[in-house]
Write a protein that binds this ligand. Sequence first.
Ligand code: ZN
Length: 226
Amino acid sequence: MSLSINNDYQHQALSGKKIDLPVGKVVCVGRNYLMHVQELNNAVPQKPILFMKPSTSLIYLRQNIDIPKGLGQCHNELEIAVLLAKPLKCASPDEVEQAIWGYGLGLDLTLRDVQSELKRDGHPWERAKAFDGSCPMSPFVEKSAVNNHNELRFALTVNGQQRQEGNSQDMLFSINTLLSEISKSFSLLAGDIVLTGTPKGVAQLCPNDVLELSFHDFFTLSTKVN
Ligand code: ZN
């Protein structure tokens, strides 16, 4: 048994300062960009598809990525992350913005072969998506620096080749709608993160891959697969 749980993760601002909020759950949204829905031959959802990653999934994006061994392909899913500064419960779309601290980028690392088996059997996805380190997270840009969260560009290159490119304007469910919908199902707390879904371009990550993530005009960061 190993007790070396890697958990020095804290939310960080772009300045490098620690954000004074607890590390909570990560609520994820499936199938929120049409072209990604189509690339995996899934049905277009009528309501947001929700699942969660635990706090132990969070690591700093600047750390190298460890892919679990012997469990098949691990895919990149680059997503806009929303950090909450205040709780939300049964909030309307108009009420959610006051609770947002800011925005970053997260990777929803996914064991795709494991997930395909789970989907086939109608089982929950956590074994494919909630492993330790499955959510590398960037620093966060403060809300006041973001003009319009419905027009945020983001992109991922792997070994210098562009693999994913997205814009929040293409979300099937907007950030405000997502936060409202989630808060009607269960409470969001200060320090929770919402991952807002991946655009198309999910594919296998391999040892020594170098990933470069860029977020609008805010930052470009890189990380590497061990
Ligand atoms: Zn995802």
